[in-house]
Design a protein around this ligand. Structure first.
Ligand code: SF4
Length: 358
């Protein structure tokens, strides 16, 4: 099996992590492993138990002497790499908060944080049905709000340990900036303290001035439509789907003008109930606008509206990733030129990997 196909298998089916490997978890959302040029944030079951679909996965990982082995049905598939847990996890900010609660390793050499981890839509029961944020606090001693100074200190500590880029995100706020102001404060504080490439992930603000201000302090952005099938979008995101497409398209233009090519992406989720055609139409619509279609499979997370929905099959995701890679190539997008965040990391999406095949 090619590495690209193995990645898709792991993204769609997950992997079981035995107790002796629990110390190597960096966060609950995925267990990062690397083989060859391929990095995967594998939905896992072990210390954390976020995904019921993983119970049926044939894949598991084990440590044998100094080596890490990926197994399928108990047979070794191949040797893989697992990164050490970084030292900053055991440090504290000057106000005494464990840094592992401020920033968490995401992928290999990236850290991520939810600056504010609540969402305005949650208050009215209109949160996105796939959003795993509401499940996090059970496991991770979640800090609902990280202060700019805490973020700056933790980002600096992470950079000293070899972390190369960072992602900041927030729930949608019930204000005209929709959360961009909080990200702006965070980005300014981080950049004043440490020279680390930074991605902000946000919804398009109602008042685009806030986006323009934020763009002065970040290197790339992720503005996620998730699906361009409006009926699926209304089901999956009862609140966020009221933000019109035009607001996204305006935000993409502003971001591309300010940050340049290959610095803007949108997550697209396969498995929300859409057709293959809708996925590829969405990929084309985004790529044509210069936005990288960061296609990921649904991670059916316990406690969310998609808890009982299976992720797409590996066969379906491979087919979609191959088509998406062809579109990306046709429009000349180059994820390897991305400076920070998900496009640069790509542990959650197979599109960048499949570009090697087209
Ligand atoms: S692709 Fe984004 S969310 Fe996934 S592991 Fe990398 S930085 Fe984290």
């Amino acid at each position: 099996m090619r590495d690209e196909e193995l990645k898709v298998e792991l993204l769609c089916r997950g992997m079981r992590v035995p107790r002796e490997a629990w110390d190597y978890y960096k966060r609950s959302a995925g267990f990062p492993i690397r083989f060859g040029d391929t990095l995967v944030s594998v939905p896992s079951k072990g210390k954390y138990d976020r995904y019921s679909f993983v119970e049926n996965s044939p894949y598991s990982i084990m440590r044998s002497d100094e080596r890490w082995l990926l197994l399928k049905d108990g047979e070794v598939v191949r040797e893989v790499e697992v990164a050490e847990v970084p030292g900053f996890y055991s440090r504290r900010s000057s106000d005494g908060v464990e840094m592992r609660r401020i920033f968490q390793v995401c992928g290999w050499d990236c850290v991520l944080t939810g600056v504010v981890q609540s969402c305005a839509y949650q208050r009215h029961g209109e949160e996105c049905r796939f959003c795993g944020t509401i499940y996090n606090p059970v496991y991770e001693g979640r800090l609902d709000r990280k202060l700019p100074e805490q973020l700056a200190e933790a980002a600096e500590a992470a950079a000293q340990e070899g972390i190369k880029h960072a992602v900041i995100t927030s729930g949608v706020m019930p204000t005209p900036d929709r959360g961009a102001r909080i990200l702006l404060e965070a980005a300014k504080a981080i950049k004043e303290r440490v020279d680390i490439p930074l991605e902000a992930e946000l919804a398009p603000p109602e008042d685009m001035l806030y986006l323009e201000l934020l763009l002065e302090h970040v290197d790339s952005v992720s503005i996620n439509l998730e699906t361009l099938d409006q009926s699926v979008r209304e089901y999956a995101c009862p609140g966020k789907s009221r933000i019109p497409y035009d607001a996204y398209f305006t935000a993409y233009e502003l971001a591309l003008d300010a940050l340049g090519e290959n610095q803007v992406n949108s997550w697209l989720i396969a498995g929300l109930g859409e057709s293959d055609e809708a996925v590829i139409e969405g990929v084309e619509e985004l790529a044509e606008r210069g936005v990288f279609p960061f296609l990921v499979p649904l991670r059916s997370t316990k406690g969310t509206g998609y808890e009982d929905t299976s992720p797409p099959s590996p066969e379906r995701l491979s087919g979609l990733a191959m088509q998406a890679a062809e579109v990306v190539k046709d429009f000349g997008l180059k994820p390897e030129k991305n400076r920070a965040g998900c496009m640069r990391c790509s542990a959650c999406s197979p599109v960048r990997d499949f570009l090697r095949l087209v």
